[in-house]
Write a protein that binds this ligand. Sequence first.
Ligand code: THG
Length: 367
Amino acid sequence: MSRRIRRTPFTDRVEQHGVRGFSVVNHMLLPKAFQPTVEEDYWHLRKHVQLWDVSCQRQVEIKGPDAARLVQWMTPRDLRKAKVGQCLYVPLVDDKGGMVNDPVLLKHAEDHYWLSIADSDVLLWAKGLALGSRLNVSVEEPDVSPLALQGPRAEDVMAKVFGEAIRDIRFFHFGFVDFMGTRQLVERGGYSKQGGFEIYLNDSRLGSVLWDLIWEAGREFNMTPGCPNVIERIEGGLLSYGNEFTRENNPLEAGLANYCKLDGSIDFIGRAALQKVASEGHVREMRGVLFDGGACPPCGKPWPVMAGGANGPQIGQITSAAWSPRLERNVGLSLIDRAFWEPGQQVTVLSADGAARPGEVSALPFA
Ligand code: THG
């Protein structure tokens, strides 16, 4: 591993816990697995609490007199009513309406924002826009590394470490806690549907100390080290930039229409392109696919989805898939052509192992 692939403040601890492999997101390590199987991690996450190094969710800090202008310029989501202390899931789009990223926006102040980004170089995009438009704003990547506690017992661990007040933080809002004389941002949220918090550690020198403190507190709650779980996130309909969509896709087909204000009351990059898509009607949309044939392999390249049997017309492709031990079927995510996107539509998935797997289109999230 070279320095080009950045370690995180928690990588030392993650390695000590016997991490089984890493992915790279935003040029930074993301643990991929700890337990022998993803199924074990899945059941544990649904029942207990896990500690996740999600430092690769880098912050793009936008600060200064034109900060609000730049952030609104980057997203079709209406930010006029956004409150300080609030988090908002925001699609970012380019001039063609293509998805640039799908970060969580944190509003610190009227002139101060963080974009907590998925896997694409938003820092460079934002810097380019700011310079090209001569905006009075700074765009930087601060020393901030999110550490997530996910699972039903996350709140109990957080209360034990940081005090009972943590329980008052609402979903997709943030507050601050004291940690060894430093002030740390804590959000209720995270990349699972099991509930939890993210601590946005703002001093990488404190990574191991923070990890150890939470680890000790988590013992009585059966805490394990973990990472975003592919089964749980697909079941929950949580999308992954680079997997489910790229700049080739617009937010309407990605199923993010609720986060697009296209009535002309706000302006943003790609507005004309998205208005055109909206008026013509988008031609495919994100759906779940439930399918059979035993546990499928990991989805490393898109798998064709055919209408009806294996010889039917192709109507989409699976971009992420996993065996759900709870539903006892495979769950997948796919952009499905308009004529076939009603839940219940019979399909066949052609997985990379050569199998033709019968299934059907499902709404998201999966039940
Ligand atoms: N946490 C933080 N930053 C992130 C992620 C995160 N950056 C990258 C990536 N994840 C961004 N993608 C998502 C996708 C979905 C959600 C959060 C981040 C999410 N969605 C909720 C849902 O679908 O139920 C709620 C959305 C809403 O109400 O606005 O939580 O995980 N810091």
